[in-house]
Design a protein around this ligand. Sequence first.
Ligand code: ATP
Ligand code: MG
Length: 291
Amino acid sequence: MLIKTDALTRLYGSQRSVDSVSMHIDEGDIYGLIGRNGAGKTTLMRLLVGTARTNGGSVSFGGDLTPSSIGSLIENPGLFGGETARENLLRYMVAFGHEKPDVAEADRLLRLVNLDPASKKKAKQFSLGMKQRLGIAIALIGNPKLLILDEPVNGLDPIGMREIREIVVSLNREGISFLISSHLLDELSKIATKYGIMDGGKLLEETPAGDLSRKCENAYRVARSALPADMGALAEIERLSDGDFTYFFPADGDENAKAAIASLTSGESEAVRTPISIEEYFSMKVGGKSE
Ligand SMILES: Nc1ncnc2c1ncn2[C@@H]1O[C@H](COP(=O)(O)OP(=O)(O)OP(=O)(O)O)[C@@H](O)[C@H]1O
Ligand SMILES: [Mg+2]
């Protein structure tokens, strides 16, 4: 376990921006935090690194992890526009105080994010993708075990997104765990090993990626108009609705649930196995409301 929160809560006025969130980040995870604008992703991340105060609940860190040994790119990285990538990194090494400015180390970090250490280009001339990658290099100062990246691919073109994705995967292979937020599920689904679905400040679901894919594969669709008034055993089965249809998600190996679904066999009420995408699952889960 790297991070575990228990009923973590942050209020802004009377609004519960983070509402009783209990999340678990384990070693090796690429934890995809998904949620629409205003869901509370950034606030949750800020609570984890201690740049926002909590109003309730707690955060525990596993092993030797502490808030200061987490690397993060949550707000704009705050680059020095008139300086090169290497000069920016050297400045941050001093600013973070836990490392002497070390050119060899700065260059190592720049290579990890595919930036040319010897480049004379100033940060203000960087593309958005280069700025993001420099931000990640800054977050890597001090060899963190966990990197928290808030919407790292926001605004990037497909090639820029792929570059970030490849960097994340290769750092993960070296043993760095990640918490990454995004509202681009398709992008996140290429790398996430676990998902946390957030909406209205709440963590609605936390699931290993493989389990969620299997669940979506095994969805059964029924016309809503054909559902019996008394749901009986069906009421026990996880279900989500989307317009005219209800989808049932029987747990793996739950034969009773499967039998209950199979009992919906007469004509139009027939349950049809209909694999859905994670994107569809997510949009049903958060119910199409928008802030
Ligand atoms: N400093 C603040 N003061 C007042 N309200 C805030 C503050 N920070 C966040 N909020 C509110 O908390 C809610 C959650 O915001 P947050 O930025 O965490 O969402 P988000 O999921 O990161 O959204 P986005 O996808 O737009 O980045 C929003 O309604 C926001 O207005
Ligand atoms: Mg945000």
